[in-house]
Design a protein. Structure first.
Length: 302
């Protein structure tokens, strides 16, 4: 409800910052809830059904009004949006999260998003980040490098797949960020279309590969309904779309790197994961990098 209110609110940058912060808080919760399901019977396809089914139902009046294929929206942008923050992104990210500690997910997924968004902006849209933002992006690279150097050296080789897929998922989200910004859709309209198409894709996946929901306790399903469907699938998607509208693609994506510290301490407190000095240093450096990459110390902001 907060995110829906934001979409109707002020156009001031402060409102965009609020939307980005709400998104980050919810994403940290989503990482923990998804990581938790690795020890349960619920599969990633069923998680996708929950994540996109609830917002598809709640926002049905919106996508029924726009149509599944809005005439004013190029099909290529719709495909990029659905893949970037919908079904493809979710399956890649969920698979990686199941194989990777929450602290590492927060750094790799959250840290890679602003880097990918900035690189796409520079290469394809002639965006030119200033010196302070470049320093911020460099700090994120250092933080990610510290984590990878520590984690990959101590992990079983089978865990490397998760570490490789997280930057890929972050790149998908960065693609969505720029595609949505150029779509002409409101945050609610974009969320509705992504939800309904992703739900239909997951229905097809469940029909082909089967479902595990019948064997999952109701309490677990309720937890995922709240985390995946209501918060992550509905509120965060709308809030992030609002932030992109108010702040621009690169700056909105930069806020996502605030998730490392939240995910790291959440994983330790709620999931019993062990965090060491390398993880703490990597999270702090990455978070400092995002603070600079948002442009808060840039001359034009002053």
């Amino acid at each position: 409800m907060v995110a829906l209110a934001l979409d109707r609110g002020s156009a001031a940058p402060a409102a965009g910052h609020a939307g980005a912060f709400i998104t980050v808080m919810i994403w940290a919760t989503w990482i923990l809830a998804t990581r938790h399901t690795a020890a349960t019977a619920i599969g990633t396809i069923d998680l996708g059904l929950i994540r996109y089914g609830i917002p598809a139902l709640v926002l049905a009046p919106v996508w029924l009004k726009t149509g599944l294929l809005p005439k004013a929206l190029p099909l290529s942008l719709l495909v990029l949006m659905v893949a970037g923050s919908g079904a493809v992104f979710f399956q890649v990210a969920a698979f990686a999260i199941h194989a990777t500690p929450a602290s590492s997910v927060g750094i790799l997924l959250g840290g890679s998003m602003p880097l990918a968004a900035a690189l796409i902006g520079v290469v394809f849209f002639q965006e030119r980040p200033d010196r302070m933002r470049i320093i911020g992006f460099s700090a994120i690279v250092v933080g990610v490098a510290i984590l990878l150097g520590r984690s990959l050296g101590a992990s079983d080789p089978s865990a490397w797949t998760g570490y490789g897929l997280l930057p890929a998922a972050a790149t998908l989200w960065a693609i969505y960020t720029h595609a949505f910004r150029r779509s002409g859709l409101s945050a609610v309209e974009g969320s509705a279309l992504i939800a309904v198409w992703s739900f239909l894709i997951h229905l097809a996946l469940a029909w082909v590969f089967g479902s595990t929901l019948a064997s999952v306790p109701l309490g677990e399903i309720g937890l995922q309904v709240l985390s995946q469907g209501v918060l992550s699938g509905l509120a965060a998607t709308v809030a992030y779309g609002f932030a992109v509208r108010r702040l621009g693609g690169t700056q909105a994506a930069a806020f996502t790197a605030l998730t490392p510290v939240l995910a790291m301490f959440g994983g330790a407190a709620l999931l019993g994961e062990t965090i060491g000095p390398y993880e703490i240093v990597a999270a702090v450096i990455t978070s400092a990098g995002v603070a600079l990459s948002t442009g808060i110390l840039s001359p034009r902001q002053a």
